[in-house]
Ligand binder design. Structure first.
Ligand SMILES: *Cc1c(COP(=O)(O)O)cnc(C)c1O
Length: 262
């Protein structure tokens, strides 16, 4: 029997088709004067998100940091509110869809719209951590752009369920691209022949995006199978994450791992 590593959607390895696309990618120097494949990926993602522009990053963490840095800068003008040492001062609102720690939970279109309204009423811009936004859109059967409406910046990952080795994009307004580019550079995220990585992401958008529902079906089937095992108590997955409740004292990792293996 072959063991399948189910610890995370990050342990996937590039398929042969993806590796071929990477090997054949047209490249340039993206830090100097541009990489054509990276630019194609950025345009494709901006279109998918329904946003003006997107910038390619080596990691989601760096894209999140850049998004938050952009919004905080935008807020300086709004910092005219009287500040008080007794009141914490919010500078931006961040939301995550799907929610990783909550077990891949999906935030629906209405909930997102409510957050957009609340953030707008407070004068705060919204950053969306959409590392698994593809999964949310697949689970809800809505276009990804519907889950983005109203966000100032949006991070999406290629290295999670889409199966790429590296990469995220930050969706943003076109006017913010130069500033985001500068922040990315300062964070050490400038990449040169990044088209090799962007080609993997484009390949994943062409071949893997429509297959996320298969992952969700398999996650549900795994949870179903595990639910026959009283010591494990799996969550009911909404997307591609199955959580196992280990809160009971006797359910130490060393006790549960052999049960899961069985
Ligand atoms: C993985 C992840 C990140 C960070 O992405 P990296 O590419 O690992 O830096 C951010 N947010 C969520 C929800 C994630 O799952």
């Amino acid at each position: 029997m072959t063991a399948i590593d189910l610890r995370s959607d990050t342990v996937t390895k590039p398929s042969s088709g993806m590796r071929r696309a990477m090997a054949e990618a047209e490249v340039g120097d993206d830090v100097l004067d541009g990489d054509p494949t990276t630019r194609r990926l950025e345009a494709r993602v901006a279109e998918l998100l329904g946003m003006e522009d997107a910038l390619f990053f080596p990691s989601g963490t760096q894209a999140n940091q850049t998004g938050v840095a952009l919004l905080t800068a935008a807020l300086v003008g709004g910092a005219l509110r009287p500040t008080s040492p007794h009141v914490p001062c919010a500078s931006a609102v961040a939301a995550e869809n799907t929610h990783n720690a909550a077990g891949g939970k999906v935030m629906g279109v209405d909930v997102m719209a409510g957050i957009v309204v609340a953030a707008g009423a407070a004068g705060l811009p919204l950053h969306l951590d959409g590392a698994r936004l593809w999964n949310a859109a697949a689970a809800l059967a809505v276009p990804i752009s519907r889950l983005v409406a109203g966000a100032a910046t949006v991070m999406v990952s290629f290295s999670k369920g889409l199966g790429c080795p590296v990469g995220s994009c930050l969706g943003l307004r076109a006017a913010e691209r130069p500033r985001a580019w500068e922040i990315r550079k300062r964070l050490g995220g400038g990449m040169r022949q990044s088209g090799i990585l962007a080609a993997a992401a484009l390949w994943a958008l062409d071949h893997n995006l429509t297959r996320l529902g298969e992952d969700h079906d398999k996650a549900r089937r795994l949870a179903d199978l595990l639910s026959d095992c009283p010591a494990v108590r799996p969550s009911v997955p909404e997307t591609n994450i199955v959580m196992v409740d280990l809160l009971r004292e006797r359910d130490t990792a060393s006790a549960v791992v052999p049960k899961l293996a069985a």
